[in-house]
Design a protein around this ligand. Structure first.
Ligand SMILES: *[C@@H]1O[C@H](CO)[C@@H](O)[C@H](O)[C@H]1NC(C)=O
Length: 341
């Protein structure tokens, strides 16, 4: 925000050469935190950063959870090696979704519709210097105010490099079509989301409904699921502008083949995986816990199946191809309700 245009340009040109270095350094399993990056906060009772906790801690090595996360990382790397032919370089724009916690040495890539409000709340508690105690004290809208959290894109290339090397990097993912249905329901079937209706709904109806009524065209508030899918599949859509983050593929938001994530958390095992991350940070000992959701309104597999019932195999396949990398990278199996052949 404060950054001038000139600064951005310098950043962009510097990044080209500097980020090459990142990949080299990141390949080592136990990078050492550099002096002066991590704040001296309560986690350091153990004297170890979360990254060191993950890779150097003896007591962890044989825990089933730890091994499961190791397997997820390995699979992610294998899929990256197999499917990404030429690795391009990161640009600052790629790092907009990585939230920075300099106190504890954490980088969290947020994916909307995957408990990201609660994770942002937790990041605000962790970076708040004691301002907040309980994540749920923070109103949801506060968690989404950009100024409340720093992202990696706010830093200089050298600072980015250091953080990518020394911090624990994690993201949370979710079954791609459950996430997609959740985004559709939240943004297009709730009457209060007028901003989405105007911004996207009107466009979707104009392009993908045969004989729209003037009211529907003006309001954009009754987009059908299949119309939403036509919009996603239409090549024109992404040529025009990037997908909105609520339906953009997780790999396009977090770049897991360029940023080497240490922990891949899953929505399906949210409580367990969130506790795992917070234990590496030492936050659990400081009494900071991931909020357990009180209202269970999330989309499940059978609900997603219901939404896909009326979609022809032709469109099911095209949509699956669009989200395929998220399925492969994060080890989700092809939903049994799809008719892909
Ligand atoms: C991938 O998922 C299957 C179940 O769907 C599981 O058995 C397997 O262990 C997972 N692999 C990794 C690397 O997590």
């Amino acid at each position: 925000m404060r950054k001038s245009r000139v600064h951005r340009m310098v950043l962009a040109t510097c990044l080209g050469s500097l980020l090459l270095v990142i990949f080299y350094f990141q390949s080592g399993p136990s990078p050492v935190a550099e002096d002066g990056i991590l704040g001296s906060s309560w986690f350091s009772k153990t004297g170890r950063s979360p990254l060191q906790m993950l890779y150097d801690s003896n007591q962890l090595q044989h825990s089933p959870l730890h091994l499961a996360h190791q397997k997820r990382r390995e699979l992610l790397n294998q899929v990256c090696d197999r499917y990404t032919r030429k690795r391009r370089l990161l640009s600052p724009e790629d790092l907009r979704h990585l939230v920075v916690d300099d106190e504890h040495g954490l980088l969290y890539c947020y994916v909307p519709k995957v408990a990201c409000t609660n994770w942002k709340r937790v990041m605000m508690v962790l970076t708040g210097g004691g301002k907040y105690r309980d994540p749920l004290d923070i109103p949801a809208h506060e968690a989404h105010v950009p100024a409340n959290l720093k992202t990696l894109a706010d830093y200089s290339p050298a600072e980015i490099n250091r953080r990518l090397r020394a911090y624990l990097k994690f993201l949370f993912v979710r079954e791609p079509f459950e996430r997609l249905v959740s985004a559709y329901r939240n943004k297009f079937t709730r009457s209060y989301n007028t901003a989405f209706h105007r911004r996207y709904g009107t466009k979707i109806i104009q392009r993908h409904r045969k004989h729209p009524s003037p009211e529907a065209l003006a309001r954009g508030d009754d987009v059908r699921f299949e119309e939403f899918l036509y919009y996603l599949i239409d090549p024109h859509t992404r040529k025009e502008e990037p997908f909105n983050e609520h339906w953009e593929r997780a790999h396009s938001l977090c770049h897991p083949c360029l940023v080497h994530y240490d922990v891949v958390g899953k929505y399906e095992t949210l409580e367990e995986d969130a506790a795992y991350v917070l234990s590496l940070v030492g936050a659990d000992q400081a009494g900071i816990h991931f909020p357990t959701s009180s209202k269970i309104t999330h989309t499940t597999g059978s609900e997603a199946a219901h939404f896909f019932e009326g979609i022809s195999p032709f469109y099911q396949r095209r949509l699956f191809n669009l989200y395929k990398m998220d399925y492969l990278l994060f080890n989700y199996s092809i939903p049994s309700y799809l008719r892909l052949r």
